[in-house]
Design a protein around this ligand. Structure first.
Ligand SMILES: Cc1cc2nc3c(=O)[nH]c(=O)nc-3n(C[C@H](O)[C@H](O)[C@H](O)COP(=O)(O)O)c2cc1C
Length: 239
């Protein structure tokens, strides 16, 4: 399985260790030892804020002033079977650097130009907090995964009562280990059944809704051409 991990923090902290525990459990479940992991760290690998220039929407993602940083991440996401987004809770939500990446990838939302490769992928949102804010944080990352079109979106949300990994108690670490093992099993089962799993109803509904919106789209020729070229306005589906 090809895996891409986009870390919304530079720290090899509690969040990174939780994601790593899941990856290690996934590796144990892969009899051929063929898991291939590509990792990005933010803001190092994508330092620029979205300027709100609308270039990605109107001219295409290549016109983004930050395309040189965004494109390699998009390519890695395209090639992966499992897309992992991680962020510690900062002020009850994702880190600013994770939000910046999600802003840069809004052009891939189903309301704009969904990437057909996304519809067969599994998504995973990972977060830790000292105490509160996990629900909101995981939802922010899952929203992007779902609206990019992934087939399954999992989450791993862990309170650690600590500011750094070395302060996380043995009891919490062992809980993380157990949870990581159980989640890795669910993910690997979902991957094994990838082609037999039914399409999520919500996604089918959303895609149809967006297709009917694009049929009347006279405000953004770039988005409309994306849908037309793939036959999606004539009833074709990417899933
Ligand atoms: C800027 C900042 C904001 C934070 N905001 C919250 C918060 O809203 N709620 C909370 O419980 N913990 C908050 N924390 C604590 C972290 O979420 C927590 O320590 C997390 O496990 C750190 O993950 P890391 O080790 O992967 O960096 C914050 C930490 C930082 C640095």
């Amino acid at each position: 399985m090809k895996i891409v991990v986009v870390n919304g923090s530079m720290r090899h902290g509690s969040t990174w260790h939780c994601a790593d525990a899941i990856l290690q459990e996934l590796a144990k479940l892969d009899p051929n030892r063929q898991n291939e992991v590509t990792e990005f760290f933010l803001p190092r690998d994508m330092p620029g804020f979205c300027r709100g220039c609308f270039s990605c929407f109107y001219k295409g993602e290549g016109a983004c002033p930050d395309a040189a940083h965004v494109s390699p991440i998009v390519r890695a996401i395209e090639e992966a079977d499992l897309v992992v987004l991680t962020s510690p809770v900062y002020g009850f939500d994702v880190s600013g650097q994770m939000k910046t990446l999600l802003d840069h990838l809004c052009f891939m939302w189903m309301s704009h130009r969904p990437n057909p490769a996304m519809f067969h992928k599994i998504g995973l949102a990972v977060s830790t907090t000292a105490g509160m804010g996990l629900g909101h944080t995981v939802k922010t990352m899952k929203n992007s995964l779902v609206y990019w079109g992934v087939k399954n979106a999992f989450s791993f949300a862990q309170p650690v009562s600590a500011m750094k990994w070395s302060d996380v108690s043995e009891k919490t670490r062992s809980k993380i280990q157990k949870k990581a093992k159980a989640l890795a099993l669910r993910i690997s089962r979902a991957a094994a059944r990838a082609n037999r799993r039914p399409n999520p109803l919500f996604r089918s509904f959303l895609f149809s809704l967006m297709a009917s919106m694009q049929r009347g789209n006279d405000w953004n020729p770039t988005d409309r051409a994306h849908w037309e070229a793939r036959g999606w306005l004539a009833g074709e589906r990417p899933f």
